[in-house]
Write a protein that binds this ligand. Structure first.
Ligand code: ADP
Ligand code: MG
Length: 683
């Protein structure tokens, strides 16, 4: 058939299959199975081998076996509770087929006397005779029974038989594609084609054979298509021509000189990469990735000053107003006094805001700080040259792509994230951007001492806090995360607040998910100004804000968090000059595995390393909360077990980029696998 050589066949609607009516279609849709291709990834969980048949005398009690018999005599008792029985024979013995709750007519129809019938089922034994109770596999056509029957974890309402029937149709008609991979890649998988791999994947004897060449090849396809799509987006953005910025190194270095510290090597390297992008005629779309406290802000501000000195404006977006204000204050401190620096705040009066809009449009403002409000339609820049977006890890690929379009042709884009992720995931999650990494922390950083404590020892903790407060220090108290209910989160924080407020009257403030935005800003500001000593909160303590005076963080029910998350929370402290501590509280003694995990945290302050280890111990799904990234939607690929495939895919993708190879041959691959559904116009 003509259409079978085409990927479009696999993307066609389920109702093109025999045996799929509206009912089945809707059941499958509920499971997010919308086309033939989606069905391919529903793998058999186990199988029953009914292919061999036995003589009655060789049957084994307790096994599921197939036997061909001839029905001899019906026994339909009048008493309702007793089952209907059919005495069947072969030349070696007797076997009863037993039916509970059945109609005589049905039994007579499927087991006509004197005819050869094949049945398959679990062999039982009753009153010295073999029996099969309620056999489901029963037919006068033995070839229908004598097969290997796959078992799927089934959608309610779809029987095993129907499932097998549907899948067999697809597999028989699988398109044969021209190979899209290079010879080198194919040799790693013993040259097995996509088509053959799918067939192997569905063979019952291959269930769970994750190490096989076909499984690996299919996992690789999936990873590679993701990388390829990301790479295409990246190339597309970079192809956009812009006016380059002239970097005035002297002016930049004057700012650096006045910082009071020198940049770390990684900061210098990242700044150089960013400056190169600013200076080129290709649009920048770069991610600055670095652990909490690694000093990303200063790097981005230096990029900003270089952009401004080249005659452009800069928009700097932070996730919260308080963080925007902190960045704004820092800029005012370190930038030359003649620069025009503004902050758009929700609190600004309308007339003030209107003035700011006007000045942005007339280029009387060089750099503006704010939340997403700075990207409203009515905000018009005369000559925007750079957008900086801080703490962007909540954006998915699609959202980022939209961002890159903002600001117009001459505008470069720099995103920053404090979420280190395992190496193998970088291309999956951030492959659409160029990446600069700050791994090294400023050398004046003191390590944060990390302790674990049982909740029953809370008095010790309180004593410790008292001492710290006396020394003039401040404390974060993070309350247990109760996943089932936001309400409970909130009430546990309130309770803890009340408890602590009794012990430390008028020194405790509270922040939780229900606190209104405006109130939240006031509370955080008061805490920042040292008006309170302890901030009790749920996990919402702002990412990115510098609280130089806070040096202790207490995290309750710490086993509810992933290591990366604990590490991020811990990063709220230890930014100032003082010794700092993180106390992890537990309800009960730790299991060995939990001890292992906590030890990683105690031994290391490297977010990248911690995320790697966390992924190994907990799986990758949980580490980051990257819901939109699509990472979780891999069908076969798994960043832990297929570490090598991810690295191989990256290498191959780089090779293709470098050779500038035409990617037209990957069209079917991309069309079938594009999970983000962003490439519509490729090839
Ligand atoms: P993050 O990467 O988490 O955004 P910040 O940019 O907020 O980190 O920096 C954290 C703190 O470290 C700030 O107080 C900043 O002034 C300071 N800092 C940044 N770079 C250096 C450096 N090279 N040496 C010393 N302190 C630095
Ligand atoms: Mg930051």
């Amino acid at each position: 058939m003509n259409n079978k050589t085409n990927y479009e066949y696999l993307l066609s609607d389920l109702s093109s299959l025999k045996g799929v009516g509206d009912k089945t279609k809707n059941l499958l849709k509920k499971k997010n199975i919308n086309n033939l291709f989606d069905l391919l990834w529903k793998l058999p969980k186990s199988y029953t081998d009914r292919s061999l048949s036995y003589k009655i005398k060789d049957l084994k009690i307790g096994e599921t076996q197939t036997v061909t018999i001839v029905p001899q005599k019906y026994n339909f008792p009048r008493v309702r509770k007793l089952p209907n029985r059919v005495l069947c024979v072969d030349e070696t013995g007797e076997l009863d087929c037993v039916f509970f709750n059945s109609y005589e007519g049905y039994v007579k129809k499927i087991l006509p006397l004197g005819k050869e019938i094949t049945v398959s089922g679990k062999i039982g034994h009753f009153r010295n005779k073999y029996q099969i109770t309620n056999p489901k596999y029963i037919s006068d056509n033995s070839s229908l029974i004598k097969q290997v029957h796959n078992k799927y974890s089934l959608t309610d309402g779809i029987s095993e038989k129907i499932y097998n029937k549907i899948l067999n149709q697809i597999i028989i008609n699988l398109p044969k594609f021209n190979e899209w991979h290079s010879e080198n890649i194919m040799s790693k998988f013993q040259n097995i084609s996509w088509n053959d791999s799918i067939k192997e994947l569905h063979k019952p004897e291959n269930i769970g054979n994750f190490k096989s060449n076909f499984y690996q090849r299919l996992a690789f396809d999936e990873i590679f298509s993701t990388f390829l799509v990301n790479s295409e987006i990246r190339k597309k953005i970079k192809r956009i021509k812009k006016k380059n910025k002239n970097i005035n190194v002297n002016k930049q270095n004057t700012v650096i000189k006045n910082l009071g510290f020198s940049l770390t090597n990684d900061q210098t390297k990242s700044l150089r990469e960013i400056n190169n992008d600013l200076n080129s005629t290709n649009k920048m779309f770069r991610l600055l990735q670095g652990d909490v406290g690694s000093g990303k802000t200063i790097v981005s501000l230096l990029a900003a000053i270089n952009t401004i000195n080249s005659g452009f404006q800069v928009a700097f977006m932070a996730p919260t107003e308080i963080l925007a204000r902190q960045h704004y204050n820092l800029a005012r401190k370190i930038f030359p006094k003649n620069l025009k620096i503004e902050l758009i705040s929700g609190k600004s009066e309308y007339s003030v805001r209107k003035e700011i809009y006007k000045n942005l449009e007339n280029k009387k403002i060089d750099i503006i700080f704010g939340t997403h409000a700075i990207f409203q339609k009515k905000v018009i820049f005369k000559k925007l040259g750079l957008i900086v977006i801080d703490e962007q890890h909540k954006f998915g690929v699609n959202q980022r792509k939209k961002l890159s379009d903002k600001g117009g042709i001459d505008c470069d884009v720099l995103l920053m994230t404090a979420t280190p992720i395992p190496r193998t995931l970088t291309m999956t999650v951030y492959g659409d951007m160029d990446i600069s990494i700050i791994r090294e922390k400023p050398s004046n950083r003191k390590t944060i001492k990390t302790y674990s404590k049982l909740e029953s020892k809370i008095e010790d903790v309180l004593k410790f806090i008292k001492k710290e407060i006396k020394l003039g220090n401040q404390i974060f108290w993070v309350c247990p995360l109760i996943e089932e209910s936001k309400k409970l989160d909130h009430s546990s924080a309130v309770k803890k607040f009340e408890f602590l407020n009794k012990k430390f009257p008028n020194q405790v403030c509270l922040l939780h998910g229900k606190t209104l935005m405006e109130e939240k800003n006031i509370i955080l500001n008061n805490f920042l100004k040292n008006k309170f000593k302890i901030l009790v909160s749920t996990t919402i303590i702002e990412v990115g804000i510098d609280f130089p005076n806070a040096n202790v963080i207490i995290i309750e029910n710490a086993n509810k968090f992933g290591l990366s998350q604990l590490h991020q929370l811990r990063g709220r402290v230890g930014r100032g000059e003082k010794d700092s501590a993180c106390i992890l509280m537990f309800k009960s003694n730790l299991t060995d595995n939990a001890k292992k995990r906590i030890k990683i945290l105690k031994d290391s302050n490297d977010g990248f390393l911690i995320s790697e280890e966390d992924m190994k111990l907990r799986g990758f799904g949980d580490i980051l909360g990257f819901k939109q990234s699509g990472t979780k939607n891999f069908k076969l690929a798994d960043p832990i077990h297929h570490n090598d495939l991810f690295l191989l895919a990256e290498k191959e993708m780089r090779r293709i980029e470098k050779m500038n190879e035409d990617i037209g041959k990957f069209k079917p691959l991309i069309k079938l696998y594009d999970r983000a559904d962003i490439i519509n116009d490729i090839a």
